[in-house]
Design a protein around this ligand. Structure first.
Ligand code: PMP
Length: 307
């Protein structure tokens, strides 16, 4: 069962968890008009750090901009709220969920309903399971496609988009798979229900482009930079489905899923059916950031307690 922390940040202040409520007639509930982020705080030898917090808060504001939602806080103020909620709950590591949503006051599709904001933080382990970080998961290609690029913008991390992700993820779990992979409306590879994809061919990492109806993940960017540091080549390109079956290694990445290997797709083993050496190397570099083994040259680790 999910256990919740004592406090949450809501509309400018820390409140008891139970008091951060929305009305049943909230615009966001009826029309999916919310934008959100998933961010992680890691306990490191330097103390707790929030990973790429500024980038996440920037993306939250970009998602809101796409949907004409005026968020009444700057990225810096959202950063301060994040620090406040972590401290209020005494958390040194956490999953953090900032969300901005249209609340009450003005109903209908084009109403300028005021935007409210909350930031929650709680303990949440790797999304696809801690064991999967080593063993990998069995994935399937979903019978649901992602939305076409001229329908709903995949580049905004908006609540409504996640009806698509839920169809993909729930179908996969119902059929006994760990996660689903969606194709774009073009029939080419897009992404996992809530994760980006990397296919490994020798020392090259291939990933579908932003035009394939995916969220341009911050972990995806992190993987790209770390792989290049390790002397690997990263290629962004259109990828047909069958390349999933032909690659040497395959992994998913995202803030919640971190770096999770995929050991089979549609019942076909990937490579030798185990986590491969390139995936392992990327995991070492990624988790090494939080163990103090990978030097943070990029300022990605934002200390909870500012120096
Ligand atoms: N795609 C989707 C649909 C997602 O929900 C996520 C998780 N936010 C990702 C990709 C990965 O994005 P990030 O690395 O920024 O968490």
């Amino acid at each position: 069962m999910q256990t919740y922390p004592d406090h949450i940040w809501h509309n400018g202040r820390i409140k008891p968890w139970a008091e951060a409520t929305v009305h049943v007639m909230a615009h966001g509930l009826h029309y999916g008009s919310s934008v959100f982020e998933g961010v992680r705080c890691y306990d490191t030898p330097r103390g707790p750090v929030v990973f790429r917090m500024a980038d996440h808060n920037r993306r939250l504001l970009q998602s809101a901009h796409i949907h004409d939602m005026p968020v009444p806080y700057t990225a810096e103020e959202l950063g301060a709220a994040t620090r406040e909620v972590l401290r209020a709950n005494g958390l040194r590591s956490a999953y953090i969920r900032p969300v901005a949503y249209r609340g009450l006051g003005g109903f209908g599709l084009s109403a300028d309903t005021p935007v409210e904001v909350a930031v929650a933080a709680w303990h949440w382990g790797p999304y696809l399971g801690a064991a999967a970080l080593e063993s990998g998961i069995d994935a399937c290609v979903s019978s649901w496609q992602r939305f076409a690029p001229n329908t709903v913008p995949a580049g905004a991390k908006a609540g409504g988009n996640y009806l698509s992700g839920q169809l993909v993820a729930r179908e996969a779990r119902r059929l006994g798979f760990g996660e689903g992979i969606a194709l774009a409306s073009t029939g080419l590879l897009s992404e996992g229900a809530g994760e980006n994809l990397f296919l490994v061919f020798g020392d090259e990492l291939h990933t579908p482009p932003a035009s394939a109806a995916l969220l341009n993940g911050i972990t995806r960017h992190t993987v790209r930079v770390l792989a290049q540091e390790a002397g690997l080549t990263v290629v962004e390109r259109d990828l047909p489905r069958e390349y999933l079956y032909l690659c040497d290694e395959l992994f998913m990445c995202g803030t919640a899923a971190e770096i999770t290997p995929i050991r089979s797709v549609d019942g076909k083993p990937i490579g030798n059916g185990e986590r491969g050496p390139v995936t392992r190397r990327i995991q070492e570099l990624f988790f090494g950031l939080f163990r103090g083994e990978t030097k943070d040259k990029w300022g990605w680790l934002e200390p909870l307690e500012q120096e």
